[in-house]
Design a protein around this ligand. Structure first.
Ligand SMILES: CC(C)(COP(=O)(O)OP(=O)(O)OC[C@H]1O[C@@H](n2cnc3c(N)ncnc32)[C@H](O)[C@@H]1OP(=O)(O)O)[C@@H](O)C(=O)NCCC(=O)NCCS
Length: 379
């Protein structure tokens, strides 16, 4: 039996923030901070906040803009975080709403309804609460039988969840799995940190994984191999957590928000990812040159250029390795799935592709897939 991806969907928030808007707000905030703290800065008691630049951001990362679930507050220098209106326990939660919007597109692409699904995995970098699981809320809202659970693997949450879905179908513990990645990253971004204020954006992606026997979609991708590896690193951290209350620390202190040693991440993750992909492709009896399309993690354009150069000895074209981070920024685990969802329908049966994520943990997840004949209209 082969296990396939038969649908993928992207839900994009309506609010967009350009580098220029973000930098303008950050710089106004930094100037105000420096003015307020002038004496302390002069005495050496605190450091002056450096200014940010839109040119630096685009050159260092390839990011030109990002989407925000809620824009209100992010550009207000007296706030510097998204003001997300609270919802009651009776209302659909924010992440469940994002997740359902993406799920509906993936279901439609796969020519499936809620009745066909028997497992929901919500997998992302952060969930807005511990329980009940967002996946169970989505399951309830869509009227899905079976089970649902949440999992967190930072930037590799989507690929690791696709591997869980693959395993469930292969083992027979599920018939058709809905994997959703509601990446609501903006509440964990430190918009007052010049080195990281530009990195993240919000989005939700979804995919349907099932047996080839039940697939009815126009575009079907056979999953030939899945791989997931982790290696502990402190270089990318987000320390927000429930212990803040017991530790009596500020839950929103700088060290609780996203922070990284970007240079080290760049240097350590690129060779790991290149080795991982080369091993996976060769173990399947293929050469890296056999891969028609690379749907890579979307954190930094220069990282992707370096990884593909290590693998193929040349820069890949937009057609070979589509970039979406210019408009979406880093959307944690969703980046490679956005790239896949928006750039797979033009390929032909027999074409090979790689979906790969890498990031905090460290973690690397990848799927080697091959397009098969679509079945739309075959009943
Ligand atoms: C984050 C990242 C884009 C920063 O790029 P970089 O070239 O490593 O930049 P550095 O932080 O070393 O800074 C280079 C210079 O630009 C400055 N700089 C940093 N941020 C800046 C900004 N927003 N505006 C202007 N200048 C900035 C730094 O102060 C530094 O100046 P210096 O040389 O005088 O010290 C890069 O390290 C990266 O992408 N790493 C990959 C990790 C990643 O994105 N992970 C996300 C999770 S997977």
């Amino acid at each position: 039996m082969s296990v396939v991806i038969s649908g993928a969907g992207v839900w994009t928030p309506e609010h967009r923030i350009s580098n220029e808007e973000l930098v303008e707000a950050y710089n106004r905030w930094a100037v105000q901070y420096n003015r307020k703290n002038q004496e302390a800065i002069e005495s050496g008691a605190c450091e002056e906040k450096p200014l940010s630049s839109a040119e630096f951001i685009e050159k260092a990362s390839g990011i030109k803009s990002r989407y925000a679930y809620i824009k209100d507050g992010i550009l207000d220098i007296d706030t510097m975080f998204p003001r997300i209106p609270p919802r009651s326990e009776e209302q659909l939660s924010h992440q469940a709403e994002m997740a359902i919007s993406a799920a509906e597109i993936a279901l439609q692409q796969a020519a499936k309804t809620s009745e066909d699904i028997d497992m929901v995995i919500v997998s992302c970098a952060y969930t807005e609460r511990s329980y009940p699981a967002i996946a169970i809320e989505v399951q309830h809202a869509l009227g899905i039988q079976g089970s649902g659970f949440d999992m967190l693997v930072a930037c590799s949450a989507a690929t690791f969840a696709l591997q869980r879905a693959y395993d469930a179908i292969a083992a027979g513990s599920a018939r058709c799995v809905l994997v959703i990645n509601p990446e609501l990253t903006s509440p964990q971004v430190n918009y007052c940190d010049r080195d990281s204020h530009f990195i993240f954006g919000d989005v939700a992606t979804a995919a349907i994984v099932e047996s080839d026997a039940s697939a009815r979609a126009e575009h079907i991708w056979d999953i030939l191999d899945t791989r997931a590896i982790t290696r502990y690193s402190n270089n990318i951290r987000s320390n927000f957590g429930y212990l803040a209350r017991s530790e009596a620390v500020d839950p929103f202190a700088e060290d609780r928000l996203f922070h990284q040693n970007g240079r080290k991440v760049f240097k350590e993750v690129c060779p790991m990812a290149a080795r991982h992909l080369a091993d996976q492709i060769r173990a399947a009896g293929l050469e890296v040159s056999d891969i028609r399309r690379w749907w890579l993690h979307q954190a930094n354009l220069n990282m992707n250029l370096l990884i593909t150069k290590k693998l193929l000895g040349r820069n890949l074209t937009q057609d070979e390795a589509p970039t979406v981070l210019d408009t979406y920024a880093n959307t944690a685990s969703a980046g490679s799935i956005i790239a896949f969802a928006q750039n797979h329908q033009d390929l032909d049966p027999g074409d090979y592709g790689i979906i790969c994520s890498f990031g905090a943990g460290y973690s690397i997840g990848s799927l080697l897939i091959q397009k098969t004949e679509g079945k739309m209209g075959s009943g």
